[in-house]
Ligand binder design. Sequence first.
Ligand code: ATP
Length: 236
Amino acid sequence: RGTDVPLEITGLTKAYKNGHLAVADLSFRVEKGQVLGLLGPNGAGKTTTLRMLMGLIRPDSGEIRIFGHRVTPGAPVLARLGSFVEGPGFLPHLSGRDNLDLYWRATGRPAAEAHLEEALAIADLGPALDRAVRTYSQGMRQRLAIAQAMLGLPDLLVLDEPTNGLDPPQIREMREVLVRYAAAGRTVIVSSHLLAEVEQTCTHAVVMAGGRRVAAGPVADIVGSGRRLEDAFLEI
Ligand code: ATP
């Protein structure tokens, strides 16, 4: 039975075959309209969590519900979930628009065409859309990848490290893209290993370290919770 809760994760646990506990008893809930940052240093378990919620790998225990529907690996990907795992390939000699056209045709999602213009408007690529992708900056490529994930305007958009490699002005643009998307009552989840990026782009955050949840709440509270947290994000 469906609910209007975009994501609810309860007791999620995953160990890899080598015995490494990547995600340990993780629980959190995301409300409609939030831009939630899944924040943690490299190896914290963010990608493993996102892969489980996309139904790509099976948790050892725990439960994931998207709009009340339980996610099970192998089941058809929920149409309401849009996802982008870092670094989709684009054909460099084709324009951004042609790449997206090709994508929705190749993935057999004609419904996505109806929303193509809206997705493009949110990603705000402007006239660059008709230029070859090889002329794009890293920030423009990321926004094109996000426009691709937005095709079909999923109610829950999941992005793995969308701000990776972006400079501060590009991160601000990304914030605007995500906030515009969520303003229509849609929900966004992004992963990041940088506190400052989550601070700039998200309304809420779940902080992970060593596979566990170490903090959760509005970004302002997380940032205000002191320097102790920052120690978890010092990169070697
Ligand atoms: P990153 O930003 O580096 O991707 P992350 O927070 O996304 O970090 P995960 O990729 O989920 O973290 O990895 C969590 C832990 O699980 C890490 O210690 C990683 O080495 C380990 N791990 C990931 N994938 C596998 C695998 N296929 N087999 C064994 N261990 C793995």
